[in-house]
Design a protein. Structure first.
Length: 249
């Protein structure tokens, strides 16, 4: 899919960006943690406030599995392109995505979290940023500048979902986000995409995530049909996208 180049300045170019290291850095309890009660981030994004919380430890395990799958399949080449797919995973899936983005920013360096669920945007609310323009406008060629916003979390940026009017949601399924991102004038940073099954079902995840390094699926016990999980796994396999595992909410 060919996308129109983004005009205007890149809001990230003045930031101090470095490629993700091949090493596994240790979590520092002083690295970018916010004070309890900081209203710039929803308290559900626990990793922004407490690196020692049991939930955050589980998120770090998910991150480790994603990195291991990516490196086993393609090796570490600096920038990571990872994804979290919600198959009727509910609010827990978007909360996990926000926490995973925070953990990656803390442990792997600058990270851009992309809300690709343009039908039901959520990450802007969790990270308490506006959703006036975002991925939908970027894919539609309507963004005058790259719609990436600095969050209150150190080294974490958000590309909101944007507005889904005019069939923008369909644009997400027309090509690889990894290929599209090559034309966005991004600096060296990790890319973490959050996607969710569209209400009509049958989302073309394999097409969207072609050339991504690894994916984790989020399902809901007793809600997500087994047939849908199998469909998505087969779709990802056809596009040779490594699956790091699944999370049942």
């Amino acid at each position: 899919m060919r996308l129109r180049s983004t005009a205007g300045a890149n809001p990230l170019l003045d930031a101090n960006f470095h490629p993700a290291s091949d090493a596994e850095p240790q979590v520092s309890t002083g690295l970018g943690l916010l004070d309890a009660g900081d209203e710039r981030v929803d308290p559900l994004v626990t990793a922004a406030f407490d690196a020692d919380h049991p939930y955050v430890a589980k998120v770090r395990k998910i991150r480790a599995k994603l990195l291991a799958a990516a490196r086993e399949a393609r090796g570490a080449d600096g920038r990571l392109r990872l994804a979290l797919l919600s198959l009727q995973g509910g609010d827990e899936a978007s909360i996990l995505a926000a926490n995973l983005g925070a953990v990656m920013a803390q442990m792997d360096g600058p990270t851009i979290l992309v809300d690709a669920d343009v039908d039901r945007p959520s990450l802007d609310r969790l990270l308490r940023l506006p959703n006036r323009i975002g991925l939908a406008e970027q894919l539609g060629g309507m963004a005058l500048r790259l719609p990436v916003l600095q969050t209150a979390i150190e080294r974490l940026w958000l590309m909101p979902a944007g507005q889904a009017a005019g069939g923008a949601a369909t644009l997400v399924e027309k090509g690889s986000l990894a290929e599209a991102a090559k034309g966005w004038n991004l600096p060296e940073a990790n890319l973490l995409a959050y996607l969710a099954e569209r209400p009509r079902g049958g989302t073309a995840f394999g097409n969207i995530l072609e050339k991504f390094d690894a994916v984790v699926l989020v399902t809901r016990r007793g809600v997500t049909p087994v047939s849908e999980v199998r469909r998505v796994i087969d779709d990802l396999d056809r596009h040779h996208i490594p699956i790091a595992g699944s999370v049942v909410s």
